[in-house]
Design a protein around this ligand. Structure first.
Ligand code: COA
Length: 194
């Protein structure tokens, strides 16, 4: 039985961070790499309250990361980046992460990312998390629910359109995609009025 809950419980912090990083590796691995130190940095950088989580019994099967003007789910501190990669390496990674960053405006609830475990896909988990994010946005007085999808992810774009999100703007990442090693060349910013 699928249940959606607000936040990531403290004892699931590492598992949740791992799920998010692994599922969204297309975006993050080219910037951060993938070593035990990187996974530890990632786990340290998540804000457990800024997400919805999907559960099948005690199994964590999905995370929908949320960002407002004030807080985001993944937010590595500059000093942690520096400790992991050194001064120059930390600076370059922070530039790479900044390219992916969106700064939500007043009244905007931004979906930073959605990750569903491979074994739980195509069963309505993503749909339910997005619908719950919409309900939450409404209850908390937000005006728009927004997200971004890269142009290599047609399945996700189809899902968002079906759930009422409409395209607003294209953001090109060229030539940074060549420098960083991303397969995508642009991302589509989408919004749904609440
Ligand atoms: C994109 C993603 C979040 C979607 O999550 P999901 O839980 O598989 O989504 P849903 O199950 O709600 O919908 C996916 C498909 O399953 C179908 N579906 C939903 N419930 C279903 C059910 N009970 N039985 C059969 N099919 C179902 C949907 O109609 C949809 O079909 P489509 O591919 O034709 O659009 C997931 O695939 C994922 O984590 N992908 C990797 C990370 C990613 O790309 N994240 C998004 C970018 S930030």
């Amino acid at each position: 039985m699928l249940e959606i809950q607000q936040g990531l419980p403290a004892d699931y912090r590492e598992q949740g961070a791992e799920l998010f990083f692994t599922v969204l590796r297309e975006k993050f691995e080219p910037i951060l790499g993938d070593t035990l130190r990187v996974r530890a940095l990632w786990a340290k950088s998540v804000k457990p309250k800024s997400c919805l989580t999907a559960w099948n019994g005690k199994d964590l099967v999905g995370i929908l990361a949320l960002q407002t003007k004030l807080q985001s789910f993944v937010c590595p501190k500059w000093q942690d980046l520096q400790q992991t990669y050194g001064l120059a390496g930390g600076f370059l990674r922070s530039l790479g992460l900044a390219i992916l960053e969106h700064k939500p405006g007043e009244g905007e609830l931004y979906i930073e990312g959605i990750a569903v475990a491979a074994s739980a896909r195509n069963q309505g988990v993503g749909t339910k998390m997005i619908k719950d994010a919409f309900t939450m946005a409404k209850a908390q007085g937000f005006c728009t629910l927004t997200l971004e999808v890269v142009n290599t992810n047609q399945a996700a774009e189809r899902l968002y359109k079906r759930l009422g999100f409409t395209p607003q703007a294209n953001r090109k990442v060229w030539p940074m995609n060549h420098i960083i090693g991303w397969k995508f060349t642009e991302s589509l910013f989408m919004a749904r009025e609440v």
